[in-house]
Design a protein around this ligand. Sequence first.
Ligand code: ADP
Length: 261
Amino acid sequence: KQQMARGLPKQKPITGIKEVIVVASGKGGVGKSTTAVNLALGLMAIDPSMSVGLLDADVYGPSIPKLMNLKGNPELNENNQMIPLTNYGMPCMSMGFLVDETAPIVWRGLMVMSAIERLLRQVDWGSLDYLVVDMPPGTGDVQLSITQNIPIAGAVIVSTPQDIALLDARRGAEMFKKVNVPVLGLVQNMSVFHCPNCNHQTHIFGSDGARALADTLGVKLLGDIPLHLNIREMSDRGQPVVVSSPDSAEAEAYKAVASAV
Ligand code: ADP
């Protein structure tokens, strides 16, 4: 009560977790979840001694089950905590494990908050060096309450180079600054299209928008991910490129982001 009176929300660490990195975007469809998955796997790829987990906090449109080729209901431990499902050596938790995949998730604000609270507090992660959190897109109440609930080492913001996506990304960056979460940097996704047939490169969404935005916001550009058929196909199969094509240029691009984080 006293803390609330002073206007300081209490950020309680998640048991067993050293650092939380959130992956955010100003809007949907820019490749946030794909980046979160490959970043988390990339952290393990560049340092196999690292233990990394992945939390899908996108409760409205959970995509981690598909991207990580995982489904099923988590078992409970003796303390009634959910045990994450694991694939590619990475423990994962998602609302998608708890609700019917095909059911539309139409929730009221309070239900969303209690679901988030459960995903943040009632999961038995064991001990992890990093927990990568795939945030819901945008800058609403859910995002804000996550940042106020747990200590966050930093935020990675994913954007395409298109002006509108960049405007939204900027809003995201400003939100994190306001709640004192360090913005680790921007990831520019789909910046250049590599034609698999002729190797021609096309800047479909413009070339360097994210770099300009990173400069304006005074944050790092953590990397550039090309628009690549292999990324989309492998993601749809639940085989992220960092593990399915580890030596490809696409995988290297994600690993470069992981090293820069
Ligand atoms: P978000 O989480 O921002 O809504 P997703 O990660 O779900 O976006 O990506 C949206 C779609 O774009 C998916 O089909 C995904 O496979 C595809 N995608 C994301 N990044 C790339 C990329 N660099 N190249 C090709 N397809 C991509």
